[in-house]
Structures are given as C-alpha cells and as structure tokens.
Design a binder for this molecule. Structure first.
Ligand code: ADP
Ligand code: CIR
Length: 374
C-alpha cells in the first residue's frame, strides 16, 4: 500500500494545509497512474485533465477530491476505488462519479433511476429444491438516514446517535411479525470469540477492511457499530458499518421468494418507523459506495458448481453475460473456500428491485442448468 504523510490526514481549509494535501494527492495520483498492476475504475476514469479540474472542489460539508479517491489511491488492487464522503459529493464530483457509475451499472449521466417496484413475489422461486448446489440465499439493501453525512464526515456523537435511533426502532419493531423480532448486539460489548463466530457464520461484517479504512470509514471503531439479529438468524441489520443501515434477509437453501419476501417486510417495517432515508431524484437511494446506489440490492446465493467453476473462463463469461458478480466465500475481496462462491446481481442502479433480484435468479438458474449438463 502506498504511504501518505501527516498533512494529508488533517481536514482543514487553511491554504497551507490545502496545498500540502494537494501535493500528496498529486504524488499518489501519479503513482497510481504509473502502476501497471492497478486496474481500478478510478485509474481508468480519472485522467490528468479531470484530476486537475476537480482538485480544488469542495462539498458544502468540506469534503475534498482526496476524500473521494483516497481508498483507490492507497489500494491499487481496488475494483472501483472511490467513495462518496457525503451525499453532496455525488453532485460536486459528478464528472468522476458519473463515469464510474456508467461503467459499473451501465447507467448514463442522462438516465434516471426508476421508482421502487418490488413486483410480484410469486415470480421468485426455489432455485434448488433438491438442495444440490445452493448452500444459502441472501438479499441485502442499504439505507442512509436523512440529516446525517456518510462515514468520513460522521462525528463520534453522530455514530452513537444513529446507533441509538436505529436500534431502538428495531427493538420496538416487528410487532405482529415474529421473524422480525430480535436482539441488538453492539460491537463495543461483543467478545472477540462471539464476533469471530458471527463472522464465520456469515452474519456479521468483517473488521479491518483496508478499502474502508483508507476511505476513513472506520473512525471511532467499534463505537456506534453493531448488529440486530433475530433468533432464527434469518433477518439482521448492520448498523454503521459501510452504510448507516444494511438490511439483510437470508436462509439456508435456494428459496429466493421467501428471502425476498422477508426483506420486503423488514423494509416496510423500517420505513413505517418514522426514519427518513436519503433518496436522490436521479440516483435512487444514496449510499457510501457508488456500486450500491439505486435499489442498493445485492441478491446472492452461496453456491457450489464444481464443473462450471473449474472452467474459469466459461464461468466468468457466463457471469458477465447475465450481469452477475462472483465473490469469494467470505465476502468481497476474499477467495473461494471448498469450491464455494457467492454469486450476485452486479447492477443495482437503473433497474427496479424486482429486476435486480430477477437478474440474479435468471443467471443462477442458467448456471445450474449448465452445471447439470456437464
Ligand atoms: P455485502 O453483501 O454487504 O456487500 P460482503 O460481500 O462482505 O458484503 O458479504 C457479507 C457477508 O455475507 C460475508 O460473510 C459473505 O460471505 C456473506 N454472504 C453473502 N452472500 C451470502 C449467501 N448467499 N449466503 C450466506 N452468506 C452470504
Ligand atoms: C473496491 O474498489 O474494490 C472497494 N472499494 C469495494 C468496491 C465495491 N464493490 C464491488 O465492486 N464489488
């Protein structure tokens, strides 16, 4: 990882410090552009001209270009390399974000995200009724609470305020819906063993993600962070990890309809609680990472496809054909364990919630058919 110095770390509007930050940013930018190993969307989309054009811009909250690109400058193995330090950044740095958003979601600068539509639940099926391929199915979405900035601009007090607001709603919520009832476990009081167990079971977020750390998303950790989860471990909410809120529905097997139905009930419960979420006219729900904009939905299966995955090129080409993303078995930036892969819809913006989940369903259905015929 490239190094940075102290002056880069301080957020200040004073001219000297600003010049110092710009000097560091130029150096890191040049290092990234010259690194043949770096294949990130940041590198591809931020040319010298655009870099110089954006270098002095600031959002209303004082976020700079450095706040947007720090993670990509310091992690040359980033896929994307940018984050929005606050909601306004999508506007102020739109010349960079729009290019990356178009490349990732296939959503041009003139397009508008459709209104929410979860469609007909009965169209979603059990993808693996004989339990031969799919270990589990998970669908998650993210939400940002109105009136609060994103991670790099959140103060310690605001992390705690968000945690208090969201956990109170969750502990009260779920009236009449047993599956949505549960307990809140703050990270501050969780033992390391319990934390490891929950991570290994795929319920809890991992700690120390360097992409998030360098984006200034882990300040005051573990304060204000935690997980709400139901008894059956089929519904959970992450508080203040990458986004203010991550709502997750998951269960063993391949029943997409049951998982999506539970997620919809959880979203309705949160929406009727009085919490207001940040939604942009053009970009849909706003999130910290531009890959999560729009519906914010990532619908995935944890799956074993030994024959198809042995043919790496065909496996990847099939995923691309169906707009799917292949991740390792312990989340993003991890490897596959025992031939297990996490396969999900890649696009979340420019399509409805129904379409995002359907995109995963169709693609995985096709992959299972291919596996069976091999
Ligand atoms: P996110 O889904 O929020 O983008 P990650 O890729 O880090 O974040 O995944 C979070 C956790 O969810 C990881 O432990 C990952 O293995 C787990 N996970 C993802 N999809 C599934 C699935 N279908 N079944 C079980 N666990 C899953
Ligand atoms: C990266 O650029 O690789 C990290 N900041 C994570 C990006 C989001 N995830 C993704 O594209 N799969």
């Amino acid at each position: 990882m490239p190094t940075t110095n102290n002056c880069e770390k301080s957020r200040s509007s004073s001219k000297n410090q600003n010049n110092c930050q710009i000097k560091v940013m130029r150096k890191l930018f040049n290092e990234m552009q010259q690194d043949p190993q770096c294949k990130s969307m940041l590198k591809r989309n931020l040319n010298k001209d655009l870099f110089e054009r954006l270098i002095n811009r600031r959002t209303k909250m004082g976020s700079t270009l450095m706040d947007v690109i720090r993670s990509g400058l310091m992690n040359h193995d980033s896929n994307i390399g940018v984050y929005a330090p606050d909601p306004d950044a999508y506007q102020i740095f739109s010349d960079l974000f729009n290019r990356i958003i178009d490349e990732y979601h296939n959503f041009s600068a003139t397009e508008k995200h459709p209104t929410s539509d979860f469609g007909k639940l009965s169209d979603f099926i059990d993808l693996d009724p004989e339990n031969k391929f799919i270990i589990s199915t998970r669908i998650r979405c993210g939400r940002s609470v109105k009136g609060f900035p994103f991670n790099p601009c959140l103060k310690e007090k605001q992390y705690k305020e968000l945690e208090q607001k969201i956990s109170t709603i969750l502990l009260k919520g779920g009236a009449g819906d047993e599956e949505l009832k549960g307990t809140y476990l703050p990270l501050t009081t969780m033992s390391k063993e319990e934390q490891k167990r929950l991570i290994d079971q795929h319920f809890l977020f991992k700690e120390g993600d360097r992409f998030l750390q360098t984006a200034n998303a882990c300040r005051f950790w573990p304060k204000g962070r935690g997980i709400f989860l139901n008894k059956a471990r089929t519904f959970m909410v992450w508080i203040n990890e990458e986004d203010h809120i991550r709502i997750i529905s998951m269960q063993e097997g391949g029943n997409v309809g049951q998982v999506f139905g539970r997620l919809q009930r959880a979203i309705r419960m949160m929406e009727s609680s009085g919490l207001e979420f940040v939604r942009d006219q053009r970009l849909g729900y706003l999130t910290f990472c531009p890959t999560n904009l729009g519906t914010t939905i990532r619908a995935s299966v944890m799956i074993k496809l030994p024959k198809l995955s042995a043919q790496k090129q065909l496996f990847e080409a099939t995923a691309n054909k169906f707009n799917l993303q292949i991740r390792g078995s312990k989340g993003e930036h991890t490897d596959s364990d025992e031939g297990m892969y996490d396969i999900s819809n890649r696009r979340r913006l420019g399509l409805t919630e129904y379409d995002a989940v359907m995109e995963m369903q169709r693609g995985v259905q096709q992959m299972i058919e291919m596996e069976k015929s091999m």
